[in-house]
Structure formats: structure tokens, C-alpha cells
Design a protein around this ligand. Structure first.
Ligand code: G6P
Length: 368
């Protein structure tokens, strides 16, 4: 039957709250005791992964941000060079494909026109093979790829992607560990990450319980016209995704910067009308941020920090802190996505926008 919102006011909110279950479903039957089961990617996966020397990742929108996270993971744990690109750029340029390159697409729908066109182009470009990480069985992308790994997010109705993104990240960590295993990733590190993945649904549930605190924060954003998201390393793409969510559904102009670039431009914009959101800073980054923020505190700049419960940071005038449960640092980008989803959701509700069907946007962009 037609998908129902159940007890929730919007599909987006329902889908945000489904994340513990759909992350668990995406992990189901893919984890051994201390390692990822490479067979999850299909019977030919192990032989193909063995020949992989680098990876090209292509996607659009939120799926592209998942690809950007995967670059950090794959280079760190599997030791293979990775390129990530939006499909609409990739498909129209001359791409050099080194020998032994695996082509990876990420897509919720499996029907995004540019991503499909990129896959078709890649099939004629001398790649080793193609892997699709996708949420819709039987979609064009799944049918046309050599290997597939399905995200088990279930139907996603809200135009702004939430559970599809976090399950893509989970699938990409499974891919990282599968490739890592073949490339000689330390057994103890594999076991540690497998255990951390198993614990993830429970941590996600704990973050969802922060909803009323995040709702309170949202009142500070509803009247603003701009917001700046900062993240470093693997959290830079999460900052991009936080900014995209806010843009998509609340129509507030938001941009994301790698935290280290703050002084190279965006700092000039910070004043009392430009809230700054910092995603998952560690102690060292916080020191740097604090010194930057001092420069703008005089002008009324407000900083909202989503941080680990163990990070040394006091709430102070103009510095608001939301504490998240401690998580294995490699999986932190998955956990820190949730408060940003909830923040944009509550801001959009306050602004009275059409949360599930934002103006001018489509769930799946099937024409160029
Ligand atoms: C549209 C949707 C986004 C989605 C993007 C890519 O822009 O509004 O939520 O991230 O398409 O879609 P895909 O189905 O390929 O992941």
C-alpha cells in the first residue's frame, strides 16, 4: 500500500527516526565475527577487488556527499587512491582512467540521469568494473552495474534524503572494509570497526533522543538568511550535507567550508546574522576555532557546536554546545549527520515550508 507517515507529521521526520532500523538492516548478514563478508558484494567481488588499484566515485546531490566521505575512508583503510566527482561534471570531460580502476556509483533511486549517463560512459572507458551502491532493487543503475550493494533504507518519500544517506555511508564503510581486507588492512582494525558498526544503531537511537534539544536550537535559525557550516577532514562532507539539508527544506542560504579555510574568506561574513555551526570538532580544532571566533564575538557571531561528550568545551556567551555520545571516530560522520538533519527539519517546520516537497526540487532527477 501507499507509504504512510504513521505517527509522524512529515515523511522526513519518520525517515529520520527509521535510521536505527535501516542501518541495522543494511548491516544484516554482511558482518562476520571480526570482518566484513566480501561475498556480500556478489560471487565475483573478491577476485575483482583483488585487482583494484584505484577507485573513481560518481554521484549527485546528497549521494555525492557520501562519496566524499568514502574517499577519506578508502584512502585511510584500504590504501587506494580515490577520486570523487559529481556525475554532471564527470560525464562531460575527458577522464583519464588508470589501469585497475573500479567505477563506483552511489544513488538512492538508481535512476538519476547524470549518474546513469556516467555509468554508461564508464562502461566504454576501460574500467576494471562497476559497483553500484543503491537503494532501489531493479533500478537502471543496479541492472547495468557489474556488482551491487543494496542499502536497505526502504522507500524514501521526503525529497531531502536522510536515511538513504546514512545507509549509503554504512554501505561505503562495508566496502572500505571489504577492500581493506583484500589490501591487507590490519585484522585488529577490521575487528574494531566491525564491532563499532554493530554498536551504531544503538548510538543513532541515543542521538535521536536529543531531538527536543535540537528543536530548541532551531529557533535561533528560523529568522536568519544565512548559515555557515564548518567541518574538518571526514566531517567536511558532513558540513556540506548539513548546509544542503538547510538550503533544500528551509530555503536559508547555507554554505559549508573546511574549518581551516575560515580565515580565507568566510570569516568576513560572520556577524550576529550569520550563525556558525561546527560539526564534530576535536580538542585541537576547537582551540583554533575559538581563536577565530574571538575575532567575531565582538560582532555578535554565534557558534553552535556539535561535539563528542568528552571534548573539553564549555558553554559560554555566544557558544552553544550539543553533546553527542562517544563513537568510534571513523564512524563519527554517520552519527553527526543526524543532528544536522533534525536541525534543518525543525527550522523548516518553524518557517512553514513544504518539508517533504520543497519548491522546485524533485526526488529523482531523471532528466538532465
Ligand atoms: C535529487 C534529490 C536528492 C538526491 C539527488 C541524487 O537532487 O532531491 O535528495 O540526493 O537527487 O539522487 P540519487 O537518487 O541518485 O541518490
Amino acid at each position: 500500500g501507499a507509504a504512510s507517515k504513521g505517527e509522524f507529521r512529515h515523511f522526513m521526520l519518520k525517515e529520520i527516526h527509521e535510521q536505527p532500523a535501516v542501518i541495522a538492516a543494511t548491516l544484516e548478514a554482511r558482518l562476520g565475527e571480526r570482518r566484513v563478508l566480501v561475498e556480500s558484494f556478489g560471487p565475483e567481488a573478491a577476485a575483482l577487488f583483488d585487482r583494484v588499484k584505484q577507485v573513481h566515485i560518481v554521484a549527485c546531490g546528497t549521494s555525492y556527499h557520501a562519496g566524499m566521505v568514502a574517499r577519506y575512508w578508502l584512502e585511510r583503510f584500504a590504501g587506494v587512491p580515490v577520486q570523487v566527482e559529481v556525475a554532471s561534471e564527470y560525464r562531460y570531460r575527458r577522464v583519464v582512467v588508470p589501469e585497475g580502476t573500479l567505477f563506483v556509483t552511489l544513488s538512492q533511486s538508481g535512476e538519476t540521469a547524470d549518474t546513469l549517463a556516467a555509468l554508461r560512459f564508464a562502461r566504454a572507458s576501460g574500467y576494471l568494473g562497476s559497483l553500484a551502491i543503491c537503494n532501489v532493487p531493479g533500478s537502471s543503475l543496479v541492472r547495468e552495474s557489474d556488482l551491487t550493494l543494496m542499502t536497505h533504507a526502504g522507500p524514501e518519500i521526503g525529497v531531502a534524503s536522510t536515511k538513504a544517506f546514512t545507509t549509503q555511508l554504512v554501505a561505503l564503510m562495508l566496502f572500505t572494509l571489504a577492500l581493506g581486507r583484500i589490501k591487507g588492512l590490519d585484522e585488529a582494525v577490521q575487528a574494531e570497526l566491525v564491532a563499532a558498526l554493530r554498536g551504531l544503531p544503538a548510538l543513532v537511537t541515543r542521538v535521536l533522543a536529543l531531538d527536543s534539544q535540537i528543536e530548541s536550537l532551531s529557533t535561533a535559525f528560523a529568522e536568519k538568511h544565512h548559515a555557515l557550516f564548518l567541518g574538518r577532514g571526514v566531517h567536511f562532507p558532513i558540513a556540506l550535507e548539513g548546509a544542503l539539508k538547510l538550503k533544500e527544506i528551509s530555503y536559508i542560504h547555507a554554505e559549508a567550508y573546511p574549518a581551516g579555510e575560515l580565515k580565507h574568506g568566510p570569516l568576513a561574513l560572520v556577524d550576529s546574522e550569520m550563525p556558525v555551526i561546527s560539526v564534530a570538532p576535536n580538542d585541537e580544532l576547537l582551540d583554533k576555532l575559538k581563536s577565530n571566533l574571538q575575532e567575531v564575538r565582538a560582532r555578535g557571531g554565534e557558534l553552535y557546536v556539535f561535539a563528542d561528550e568528552h571534548v573539553a568545551l564549555e558553554e559560554a556567551e555566544g557558544i552553544h554546545v550539543l553533546r553527542l555520545p562517544h563513537v568510534h571516530e571513523a564512524l563519527a560522520p554517520i552519527l553527526y549527520t543526524l543532528p544536522l538533519q533534525l536541525l534543518s527539519y525543525h527550522v523548516a517546520v518553524l518557517k512553514g515550508t513544504d518539508v517533504d516537497q520543497p519548491r522546485n526540487l524533485a526526488k529523482s532527477v531523471t532528466v538532465e
